[in-house]
Every structure is written in C-alpha cells, then in structure tokens.
Design a protein around this ligand. Structure first.
Ligand code: FES
Length: 181
C-alpha cells in the first residue's frame, strides 16, 4: 500500500447520519461483509440499485470494508460494469474491436455521436441515453455489432442504428428520419 493510501485510510470519513442515501448504501453493502471477496458483489448491488457508484457511495463502501477510497475508486473505474456518474435510462454500446472496425464501426460511431448528440462515454443531459464503446461483443461474424440495453444486434448500418435508437434519443437530438450520412 502506498503512503498516500495509508494516510487516506486513517482519515476519518465524514459522519452522514442524516443522509438517507448513505444509510441505504451502507445497508446494501453491509449485507456482503461476511462474504469472501465482498467488494465486487457489493459494488454490483450499489450499481444496480442507484445506477452508479458515486463519491458518496465510494466513501461508505471504503468505510464498511476498511479500504481506502482510492482502492474502491480504482475498482469502480477499472471495471466497465460500474459507472461513477449516473448513466442514461438506455445504454448504447458500439463495438470498436478489429472485426467491427473492418466493417465500418468507426463511421457508425461518428454517426451515433451525431445522432445522439453525445460523445463516447457521455450521457445525454436529459439522461435518456449513454453512449459507450466496447471491444468485442462476441458477435464478430455479424459485424459491426451494437448492444442496446443488453441486447446485441449485428450488421448495424447507420439506418439500422437509427431504428434501434428510435424512442431512446434525447429530445434535443435530430429526428430519426433516415441516415445522417
Ligand atoms: S469485434 Fe465486434 S463483436 Fe467482435
């Protein structure tokens, strides 16, 4: 452990007795305390209930598991399953790995960012949708592949993308009527 981590571990966490969200996070993660390797399942539970693992949750989790905030934050940022910021109600992931790249995923990314009005890794301001990149969805034979709310779709052209996101796009996004190309 680095000196900085050790120093941080000794720093008392702010008392938040009246914060119902902190209390709920504490309740959720304390249920995993007796498990071996409790951090990942606890993070999954928080992500599922709150849609993200924010700084408040990181503090509480660090406290419950006697870890430093840096350690918990490191795990949150390492795994793509966890999000530090609230994600959109829908999550659209575009595969940028080799097979999909060779079938036009880069132009699909360009199309998607224009169509949704967000960059990769961003969430629309109305929280309607989050756009993410992934590296292989296991659907290489049907490249380029996209995942929309957990469902993998293959051979996604810009036109098909538009129909997939129909109803998901932020209110400020251009209307979905044909390709933007
Ligand atoms: S490379 Fe895109 S699904 Fe495998």
């Amino acid at each position: 452990m680095s000196k900085a981590m050790a120093r941080e571990r000794r720093t008392p966490l702010p008392a938040e007795p009246d914060d119902p969200i902190s209390e709920r996070v504490r309740e959720v993660v304390t249920a995993f305390r007796s498990e071996r390797g409790p951090l990942l399942p606890a993070l999954h539970a928080v992500q599922e209930e709150f849609g993200c693992v924010d700084e408040v949750a990181v503090q509480v989790i660090a406290d419950v598991f006697n870890l430093s905030r840096a350690e918990v934050h490191g795990v949150v940022t390492f795994y793509r399953d966890f999000s530090s910021c609230p994600r959109g109600r829908s999550v659209v992931r575009i595969c940028r790995a080799e097979a999909c790249q060779s079938m036009g995923s880069e132009s699909l990314v360009e199309h998607a960012t224009k169509r949704l009005g967000v960059a990769i890794g961003e969430t629309a301001s109305d929280r309607s949708v989050t756009l993410e990149q992934v590296f292989c969805l296991g659907n290489c034979a049907l490249s380029p592949a996209v995942m929309v709310d957990g469902e993998v779709v293959g051979r996604v052209s810009p036109e098909r993308f538009d129909s997939l996101i129909s109803g998901l796009a932020p209110a400020s996004a251009p209307p979905v009527t044909g390709s933007a190309r």
